[in-house]
Design a protein around this ligand. Structure first.
Ligand code: ADP
Ligand code: MG
Length: 335
């Protein structure tokens, strides 16, 4: 089977969804957010437009993130979001696209089914699943088909996926729901406890990304104790401490993959190193920390946030060869 230019690869992430169109590359990169009218259930906006509404929506409009922890948590919203993204990305209006979608390696059959069905109903002609770490490794340019161990660590918003890959298959796969969102939650909890002001998800995320590079940052909010406006200055050292427990959890899941790694492949990884992908790979100092704790060389992939999408896209380019990389159930044909 060969794919045509109307076919799409989708990285359906907890934080961001990216669409790769065969021959065109990445054509869409938007937050995985849906704005829904809570009275009617109608999808009002998706992606960037919906994200602008998070935390600022009037009573009847709710902003929903259809995925949590790497899996679909709101099926209807996921379908509505995919429908609009697929419509935006597709070129041909006459023939529906075939779609390759990545799913986290540790998900259950039911969770996989939800992705398959939501994508089918959103307008795909057929849907093929690929394990997310495999897509990440392919997108990062690792030699996944060679008889040699490669390790990829994908830190997204809702999940961290760790895999050792050799000969086109996942030899070891570990995952954890501790990833970017957990870091944001730890930051929000710290600010609330230490400075008695409440910050939303988006501000917490901003603190995380800003304080990776800047030493200080000023945030504003309402003091929960006095009820008055308050401005506080945060410093990066305190935030680093606040995120330490989730960072340690990420380190632990990487270490647990090594515990299960065959000796030969372990030797390969010592030589070739660990490759970090996903938005969380950009967390300041994560690469060094992992290197220190595992004793392995660690590199951040070029453009870590697009690796999974590019990997699903490569499946479109080279489908037959990649068939072995597909997760079971491999395909769902839709009438
Ligand atoms: P997903 O695959 O779950 O959609 P992504 O791979 O798109 O996730 O990564 C999103 C996560 O990466 C978010 O938690 C975001 O806050 C985080 N992230 C993005 N840029 C940075 C950065 N510079 N520093 C730390 N975290 C970052
Ligand atoms: Mg991802």
């Amino acid at each position: 089977m060969t794919f045509s230019t109307r076919d799409l690869g989708i990285d359906l992430g907890t934080a961001n969804t990216l669409v790769y169109a065969r021959g065109r590359g990445i054509v869409l990169d938007e937050p995985s957010v849906v704005a829904v009218d809570s009275r009617t259930g109608t999808v009002l906006a998706v992606g960037h437009e919906a994200r602008e509404a998070v935390g600022r929506t009037p009573g009847t409009i709710v902003a929903i993130r259809p995925l949590r922890g790497g899996v679909v948590s709101d099926y209807e919203a996921a379908e509505g979001m995919l429908r609009q993204f697929i419509a935006k990305a597709r070129r041909s209006r006459t023939r529906a696209p075939r779609v390759v979608v990545s799913t986290p390696s540790g998900v259950t059959g039911v969770e996989r089914r939800a992705v398959l069905e939501a994508t089918s109903r959103a307008g795909a002609r057929s849907v093929h699943l690929i394990e997310e770490p495999m897509a990440a490794a392919i997108g990062a340019g690792l030699p996944v088909y060679e008889p040699c161990g490669s390790m990829v660590v994908d830190v997204g918003g809702g999940s961290t996926e760790v895999a050792v890959i050799s000969l086109g298959g996942l030899v070891v796969a570990r995952h954890s729901r501790v990833a970017g969102d957990a870091l944001d939650a730890a930051i929000a909890a710290y600010v609330e406890k230490q400075h008695t002001i409440t910050v939303g998800e988006r501000t917490a995320e901003q603190i995380k990304t800003t304080l990776g590079t800047d030493a200080r940052m000023v945030i504003r909010g309402r003091d929960k104790v006095t009820g008055m406006p308050k401005t506080v200055q945060l410093d990066s050292e305190a935030i680093r401490e606040a995120v330490e427990p989730p960072v340690q959890a990420i380190v632990d899941v990487v270490c647990s993959a090594f515990d299960a790694c065959p000796a030969e492949l372990y030797g390969d990884i010592m030589e070739r190193g660990i490759v970090l992908t996903g938005g969380g790979a950009l967390l300041h100092g994560l690469d060094e920390r992992l290197s220190r704790e595992t004793g392995m060389p660690v590199t951040v992939a070029d453009e870590p946030t697009t690796c999974v999408a590019v990997g699903t896209g490569r499946c479109l380019e080279d489908f037959a060869r990649l068939e072995t990389a597909f997760a079971a159930p491999a395909t769902a044909a839709v009438a």
